[in-house]
Ligand binder design. Sequence first.
Ligand SMILES: [Zn+2]
Length: 147
Amino acid sequence: MKDDLVPILKSVNLKVTPQRLSILQIIRNKEHATIKDVFAAVRKTSPSISLATVYKNINTLVEHSILGVMSVNSSQAYYELSKSNQNIHVVCRGCGSITALQPTNQSMLGDIQKIADDDVLYVEIAAYINCDGCRKKEAALNKRAKG
Ligand SMILES: [Zn+2]
């Protein structure tokens, strides 16, 4: 079943595409997969897909912390489904871009665990910002308005 993979993509506002679902499913089934493994498996169902497309999709999934990368040696990277149930999403209010971070503030997580009596199901924190690009755009607009 791929359907249970849909919420994973939606939780980080990623478009749900058949390629992304296939990639996630392949990696989940194998537990750890290299790009070559994924490419070979995806080709069975989508013969026209290119290695570049697979690569691009995997990178997007890594950027959104859906996939984790394990590097056994520098030339061989293995991808796995992120098991983390702790995510911080930094969301730009201007353009909607999202950066996913793993929380590193253990005292904050400790406080949550205390309240929940160590039974924390899922930590989802959103921080709303103006990203660099949007700040620059705004500054340029302000300059034009004044000048
Ligand atoms: Zn922005």
